[in-house]
Design a protein. Sequence first.
Length: 243
Amino acid sequence: QGVTRGFQILRRQTDVARIRQRSCSQSDSINPHRSGQHSGAMSSTLTGITLKGSTELVAEFFSFGINSILYQRGVYPPESFTRVTQYDLSLHMTTDPQLKSYLSSVVAQLKEWLFDCTVQKIVIVLTCLETNEVLERWQFDIECDKTAKDSSCPREKSIKSIQKEIQSIFRQITATVTFLPVLETACAFDILIYTDKDLAVPEKWEESGPQMIGNSEEVRLRSFTTTIHKVSSMVAYKRTDSV
């Protein structure tokens, strides 16, 4: 059904994604400003999934996921991240005030679209800072069960099992980075959100093109489902063997 749904691509207006980058091949030792436990959106002992609970879980996944990709791919220096524990994993979250503010505003808007079941996919685009060439696209397709909007009855799936599926995705992201081409240039990033067509564009957001990669390879990653939202992931990267 995803093929027949119209969509529009939105991005939040900002310059934060184009400042304070380091070379993507930066390999400084990690020196986090602080570390600690992160309390998840919900207790993993709960067993019923509502639309609100599903929205919280998926938004939280993207908050950690975007930070992890920016850290793993070296878009920002490693010392500007702090180590946190989530999904029984050691993950990294930015401590850069501008970046934190930007990502918080993106995730807050994403929550609204998740709750309304009007979001179709999220793409994190990594580009060469100097040439604007697209080097990587981390794409997350989202399927929403819109019948959940008409029913307050919780779905039968434990939050613990959902978080286990999410844990597998983070492990796979980390493993994938080991065989992706080294990004040898300073990079910028953009976050594109595909929503249902004709959705009102919020203030400070604008329409965007898809920012595709010419001559790309793709790797499909794992998916997870709350029974209300299903998130499937993949990464596309520019081939380097056909110069």
